[in-house]
Design a protein around this ligand. Structure first.
Ligand code: NAD
Length: 294
């Protein structure tokens, strides 16, 4: 059993902290929202009055916050958490943030003698609840090794992507590819349907052929093809369009920083941005199919 501080108990952090409790860890939580704290208290967590109080003398500090500025605000500076921790504590930031901030926090942690990894996740709220997230970790080998004590209680695939920031780069690469193959799958299905093909049959053909991809395999965007997919449930998320827009923005920063000419990534970002602005921000990202059907 490890002692864990968990900071940020929203849609993702709440169920992740719940799984640590179920696995028998001692969990101390902090969030700015009293309701989020109450939910975890009812599941057996201890509630702290501040992030610093939660983090004091823990084996692990985990954060799951909205964006880079929240993560920088929590960890950096003279009154940030990293200045108050020592080598006893391993820090895992699971938020999806810009790679530059993740590297900066990683460098600050190294200078403070604290093990840190950016550990963003893939999988969404359902995977957070089921404990089946994929973790993409950026940090040194010793920190990655120490994290094995708790990450398997929240996820099933845990990857060491490289040094600090590499987890966020891996997440950016993955989600840019996800956006591209989702849009590509929508275009292929719509083109087939307009030419008289049954989208179910076409999906089966492409799944057995070289067009096979994750969107077709487990998340078919065409209504009625796959009962469990958001497309068959009026595009209830799932993974919201606005979160895809956020992740594509982070991927564009990575591409720009490294001089990659990601024409398809840029196009995917523009299409998702327009889809969001048309009032679809809270719908599932596979609803991008409806743009083609208009
Ligand atoms: P959320 O908005 O539901 O939760 C964020 C929580 O952080 C809130 O409860 C908020 O009160 C808390 N918070 C903000 N600043 C804080 C601070 N300084 N101290 C303590 N608590 C603070 O967001 P979410 O959906 O849980 O997403 C969290 C992260 O996970 C984001 O970076 C998101 O991009 C990423 N992510 C989300 C999904 C998803 O499907 N929701 C999937 C993968 C990754």
């Amino acid at each position: 059993m490890a002692s864990v501080a968990f900071i940020g108990l929203g849609n993702m952090g709440g169920p992740m902290a719940g799984n640590l409790l179920l696995a028998g860890h001692e969990v101390v939580v902090f969030d700015l929202q009293p309701e989020a704290l109450q939910r975890l208290r009812e599941q057996g967590a201890a509630v702290a009055g501040s992030a610093a109080e939660a983090a004091r003398e823990r084996d692990y500090v985990i954060s799951m916050l909205p964006a880079g500025r929240h993560v920088a605000g929590l960890y950096l500076g003279d009154d940030g958490l990293l200045a108050q921790l020592d080598a006893r504590t391993t820090v895992l930031d699971c938020s999806t943030i810009d790679a530059a901030t993740a590297r900066e926090v990683g460098e600050f942690a190294a200078a403070s003698g604290v093990g840190f990894m950016d550990s963003p996740v893939s999988g969404g709220v359902a995977a957070a609840a089921a404990g089946t997230l994929a973790f993409m970790c950026g940090g040194d080998a010793a920190t990655f090794e120490r994290a094995q004590r708790i990450l398997p209680d929240m996820g099933k695939n845990i990857f060491h992507a490289g040094p600090a920031g590499a987890g966020q780069v891996a997440k950016g690469c993955n989600n840019m590819l996800l956006a591209i193959h989702m849009i590509g799958s929508c275009e292929a299905l719509e083109m087939g349907a307009r030419n008289g093909l049954d989208p179910r049959v076409l999906s089966e053909i492409m799944l057995a052929s070289s067009g096979r991809n994750w969107s077709l395999e487990v998340y078919n965007p065409y209504p009625g093809v796959m009962e469990s997919a958001p497309a068959s449930n009026d595009y209830q998320p799932g993974f919201m369009v606005d979160l895809m827009v956020k992740d594509l923005g982070l991927a564009m920063e990575i591409a720009e920083h490294s001089g990659v000419d990601n024409a398809l990534g840029k196009l995917a970002q523009a299409l998702y941005q327009a889809h969001s602005e048309a009032g679809n921000g809270q719908r599932d990202f596979s609803s991008i199919l409806e743009r083609l059907r208009q």
